[in-house]
Design a protein around this ligand. Structure first.
Ligand SMILES: [Zn+2]
Ligand SMILES: [Zn+2]
Length: 360
């Protein structure tokens, strides 16, 4: 394993900048928030670690990109910022997400409430789920993997039409694998930052997608009619395990982060690191490093303590039916939220809260 370590000064400048306006903006932050963010350039920080990589195929090695510090983000004239009029993230599910309707519905509510805590202050709404056929997208059976795939660009066109007046963005999620164009094998997701739409597939996050007995392999039909979507009926979907929930929360927040104008992070171990493959995506943390956190805070204006508390509450709350007239969840169908995989991260957030609130 290799470590990608920046000097204290580099990290400090990336976070605070040398621009006097941004320095004074930083100094106006709450003392606890500064204490937490300053951990970015403490070499012995227990909270924020350098980026590690394992091979030359890792993103940071194989995709040289210009790093984006806070100042570059701040002065990017093209980045999208929510406004009081455009303040809602819409989530659209496409095709079935789980083996039963109840689990599908619960799963998407978990994603919704996670995004609400993560993008603290924004409203997140679910659009009525649609079938694959409703999107009128092209589809195919992949020649190599024999799984069903839908055309990502066609889904983006569909999502654009779904955009309401108050939408900051519309993100589609599906358990069907995606392809961006005929010559490509697959893609995990695709987004249009200018249109504020994105589509992400979690098909490959199931535990057996890459195994030889993956149930999603289908025989290539002799003649595929572009309007016959019956092949999607009862098509296999992965089990909603704790690991899948974690991976999907991570992907969704990473991708929505891009819609805010956050580029791939090259500073510290961070949710916004790029990833080339699943193992690398699993290695990146659920949290933003202080530089990316300052970017998101600048776009949303949240209080960091409140945001972290909301994330802890999301992990602790088994039931997502918050607006229920009764405080108990006894009427709700009980599908426990599989949060085991988030426990370690919960401890990390609690440590951050201690720094923020000076309870060391
Ligand atoms: Zn990315
Ligand atoms: Zn970062």
């Amino acid at each position: 394993m290799y470590v990608f370590r920046h000097s204290e000064q580099t990290l400090k400048t990336a976070l605070i900048s040398k621009n006097p306006v941004l320095v004074s903006q930083y100094e106006k932050l709450d003392a606890g928030e500064q204490r937490l963010m300053n951990e970015a350039f403490q070499p012995t920080s227990d909270l924020f670690k350098p980026i590690t990589f394992q091979s030359q195929s890792d993103w940071i090695i194989s995709h040289p990109e210009v790093p984006q510090d806070f100042e570059q983000f701040f002065s990017d004239a093209y980045r999208k910022t929510p406004t009081p009029e455009k303040h809602t993230i819409y989530i659209q599910s496409i095709g079935s997400l789980a083996n039963t309707r109840v689990i599908s519905e619960e799963y998407i509510k978990w994603l919704k409430s996670y995004c609400e805590a993560f993008f603290y202050g924004l409203t997140v709404k679910l659009l009525e789920p649609v079938s694959v056929s409703a999107t009128k997208c092209s589809f195919r059976v992949n020649d190599h993997t024999q799984n069903l795939q839908i055309h990502a660009g066609h889904i983006l066109t569909f999502l654009k039409k779904k955009k309401r007046e108050d939408a900051f963005c519309v993100v589609g999620i599906t358990m069907i694998d995606l392809y961006p164009r005929d010559s490509w094998n697959f893609v995990f997701g695709q987004a249009s930052l200018t249109d504020g739409v994105g589509i992400f597939s979690f098909a490959r996050y199931g535990k057996d997608f890459y195994s030889s007995h993956y149930k999603g392999k289908v025989k290539k039909p002799k003649r595929v009619s572009s309007s016959d979507y019956s092949i999607f009926n009862n098509y296999c979907v992965p089990d909603i395990t704790s690991a899948l929930l974690l991976r999907s929360c991570k992907t969704l927040t990473h991708e929505i982060g891009h819609i805010f104008g956050l580029r791939h992070c090259q500073w510290l171990a961070c949710l916004m690191q790029g990833s080339n493959h699943l193992e690398e995506a699993d290695r990146r943390p659920l949290n933003l490093c202080p530089i990316c956190l300052r970017k998101l805070q600048c776009a949303l204006g949240f209080n960091i303590v409140e945001r972290y508390k909301a994330l802890v509450r999301w992990i602790d709350e088994e039931c997502t039916d918050t607006p229920a007239p009764k405080p108990s969840c006894e009427n709700a169908v009980s599908v426990p939220k599989p949060v085991e995989a988030f426990k370690e991260w919960r401890e990390w957030v609690v440590k951050c809260l201690a720094v923020l609130q000076n309870q060391e």
